[in-house]
Structure formats: C-alpha cells, structure tokens
Design a protein around this ligand. Structure first.
Ligand code: HAM
Length: 419
C-alpha cells in the first residue's frame, strides 16, 4: 500500500477498537469510583490563557519545554493543557463553589515530550481534586480512591510510593542543604544534573541517570527539615493507609515533575512496565496553587492517572479486557424493500446490537458480510419470507437455520441472547 499523504504526528495516535472500548470502560469505572467518594465531574476547556499553566512553575519541563503554546487571532497567548490541576484551580477561583470542592475529570492532555512507548504528546488522564481542606485524611482518601480504581481493573503489580515535600516554609532550608551538598560534590554529578541544580535542586533528586545515584542516595532528606505540622500530617496519612490496609513504600527521593507540591506526594508505579515510563499515576498536595492563581489561600490535594499507561499495564498483566461491543445480529435482506431496515431498528429498540448489509447486494455478498461482522446470528428476509409473514434465523455457527413468525421475531431473537 502506498504511504498515505497524511499520518498522525509523532507522539499522537488513533485509538481504535478494542482500545477505544477499553478507554471508555476504564473512564466509566473511574467515574463510578469517584462518585462513590463524593466527587462530581468537571469538564474544563482543553486550552486556557497561558498564565494558568505558567503558574505550574518556571523550573518545570512541562512549562518551559513542553507546552503547546500559541496565539489566537487577537494575539492572546494561550496553551493546550499539559494537565488538569491548574485548570481546576482556575475554575475554583472563577466560580467559588462551596468547600470542600471535590471534582473529577477525564480527557486529553498535551506535552511536547520525546515520544516513546507509554510517553505520548497527546495522552489521556483521569483524576480527582479536592480544594479547601487541610485534613490529611483527605489525602488518604484520594490515595485510596486511586488504589481502589487499579484494583477494580484487576491490576496487581502496582506499588504506591509515598513522600512529603513539607510546607513552603520548610523548603528554603532544605533547598539550601541540597545546594550545599551537591555543590560540594559537583564532580560526582552528571552535566545535566549540574544544570538542574542551578534551576531547582529538588529536581536533582529526580535524576534517573545512573552516575548520579550514589550521591542522591546519601543526599539530605526533607523529613529532617519538616515543620511539626507537616511532620504530623505525614504521620497521619501513613496511619490512615495502614488502618485501611493499603500497602505503601516511603521514598524520600520522590520528587514530582510539577513545582506546586507541598506536603504529601505520591506515585503509583507498575512493575510490569519499562522503568522509564512506569508511573501510571501521581499526585499530592498543592496548598499554595489556588492563591497563586489569584484566589483565596485554600489548600488542595489530588492526583491524575495516565490512562494510556494504565491500559498498557493491563495488557501486560492480561487484565481488563475490552467489554464485548460486538454486533450480535446481522440482518440480510433481499427484498429490495424496507423490511431489512425495519427489522434492524426493531431489534435495536429491543436493546440488541444489530448491523445490516447495505447497498442491496446479492444474498451471497450479504452472507459474507454477516460472517465478517462476527455476529452470532443472521436474520434473513427475502420475498418468500415477506409473502409468508416469516423471517429465517441462521446461527452463524454449525447450528441449523430455522423459520419464525415475523410477529414473534423480536422475542425469538431475544431467546437467542439470554442476558
Ligand atoms: P503527572 O505525574 O505529570 O501529574 O501526570 C500524571 C500521570 O499522567 C503520570 O503518572 C502518567 O501516567 C501520565 N502521563 C504524564 N505524561 C504522560 C505522557 N507524556 N504520556 C503518557 N502518559 C503521561 C499531573 O499531571 C498532576 N496534575 C497530578 C496531580 C493532580 N497532582 C495533584 N493533582
């Protein structure tokens, strides 16, 4: 086949069946879990004024390198959303709903990353955010919501990694300690991490480069710099997870890719994915973000899960198969009239999944289409059936064909598909 003139851009892809069915079903499971925990859906726009996203932090790749930024015809600077949290905070400030405001979302996000398996430029997230409460038990509830979602999909190889980044006020002393420590050991640091150090020493802890690891291993830990409030909150989250029987690992080097985090941070890692893209979800507290967005100083906590990666993890664990949306019945009509169309609509109204042959082709061509459709039953009407007030039912396996009264067609077909 000749190469088509147009193809999808790097990092984007067409989702096709069965993945379309799985993505939809997965969002359905998430919606159900979120509603059970008191979250309602928000659908923010896909693009916003660029300032909404630059609030995510000037030292994050997501903002500096990966944003899809453009101007509208009036020269207004805007960008495709790289994530939802900023939009949710913007919406909170704009609408001032009652507190706590608990919302969930699902949809695409956009980052100009280097594409690879599990890393796309357009990817799908589901997530939940709660604005207006400092209660660390809320952090626990959010973590458990995500964990229960993975559990419902049937995923087992998921590890919850937990850390705290302390309060904003705890940060300067910790950053200073990191700067000192890495500064004294510059020779042992990769070139890239030396650059990162001047921008944001925290992010050096996030380096995956093997040559940086020995130094990172013994770097200062945030837990030694926590205010008593942040320390107590972190203990409370751990106590909550333990009380609910949710396993977690502490990792003092867990630094998230966005700058707004305070206190609790967490990630869900799948051991069935390649290490570079094994984070299937992450989140944490962002107690200063609403204020940064020009709103009141309300705290927030939330998470987002990567749908594409979650589906990849389901593939490698062999769980969460696509729901069956296959055509059940294929209608074959050689009357040249409207009988085939009418039968198809009657059966659809009765709740069955029905397709039919178009273009009034020969019986043979229509039966070929019926077999291709993978339906399990063909309903056949020709001039003889119309004259006799009947229809023929042909199971598309080895069972014999039989004739039913036209008036009983729907009930006889339904017997074939006991629900
Ligand atoms: P994030 O860690 O940047 O956090 O993204 C969350 C998840 O989205 C990741 O764990 C990953 O599964 C998926 N993801 C991110 N980038 C890509 C990509 N290029 N291709 C495929 N999947 C990707 C956030 O977005 C925060 N807004 C989470 C949050 C909500 N924190 C507080 N509230």
């Amino acid at each position: 086949m000749a190469r088509p003139t147009f193809q999808t851009l790097p990092g984007t892809r067409d989702l096709l069946p069965p993945d379309t069915d799985r993505f939809r079903a997965l969002v359905g499971v998430f919606a159900d879990e979120a509603a059970r925990s008191g979250f309602s859906q928000i659908v923010p726009p896909i693009f916003e004024e660029i300032g909404v996203f630059t609030r995510l932090g000037e030292a994050t790749d997501v903002v500096t390198k990966e944003l899809y930024a453009f101007e509208d015809m009036g020269g207004r600077k805007q960008a495709l959303r790289p994530e939802f949290t900023a939009s949710v905070c913007r919406a909170f400030v704009q609408h001032r709903p009652l507190l706590p405001w608990k919302s969930w979302y699902a949809g695409p996000a956009f980052r100009q990353e280097r594409p690879q398996k599990g890393r796309y430029r357009q990817f799908e997230q589901v997530g939940a955010e709660a604005i207006g409460s400092h209660d660390p038990d809320l952090d626990t509830e959010l973590i458990v919501l995500a964990a229960r979602f993975y559990q419902r999909l049937g995923l087992k190889d998921i590890t919850l990694v937990l850390n705290t980044l302390g309060d904003k006020a705890d940060r300067p002393a910790f950053l200073e300690a990191l700067r000192d420590y890495f500064g004294q050991n510059l020779d042992a640091l990769s070139q890239k991490s030396r650059e990162t150090l001047s921008l944001n020493p925290l992010r050096v802890l996030d380096s995956k480069r093997p040559d940086d690891q020995p130094l990172i291993e013994s770097a200062p830990r945030i837990t030694d710099y926590l205010s008593s409030g942040a320390g107590l909150a972190f203990e409370r989250v751990q106590a909550g997870l333990e009380a609910l029987g949710v396993a977690y690992e502490l990792n003092p080097r867990l630094v998230r890719g966005l700058d707004y985090y305070t206190r609790t941070t967490f990630e869900f890692l799948s051991s069935s994915l390649d290490a570079a893209q094994n984070a299937v979800g992450g989140g944490g507290r962002y107690d200063g973000l609403v204020a940064d967005m020009g709103g009141p100083d309300e705290p927030g906590v939330g998470f987002a899960l990567g749908v594409d990666r979650t589906v990849l993890a389901c593939d490698s664990e062999g769980v969460f198969a696509a729901p069956d949306t296959r055509t059940q019945i294929f209608v074959v009509s050689t009357t040249g009239g409207l009988e085939g169309l009418k039968i198809a609509e009657e059966l659809r109204s009765a709740g069955l999944r029905v397709d039919r042959a178009v273009d009034h082709r020969s019986m043979k061509a229509q039966m070929k289409a019926a077999n291709r459709s993978r339906a399990s039953l063909a309903v056949i009407v020709g001039p003889d059936e119309v004259a006799a007030g009947t229809a023929s039912l042909r199971p598309l396996d080895d069972r014999p064909q039989f004739v039913v009264e036209r008036t009983e067609l729907v009930s006889r077909v339904k017997e074939f598909f006991p629900s």
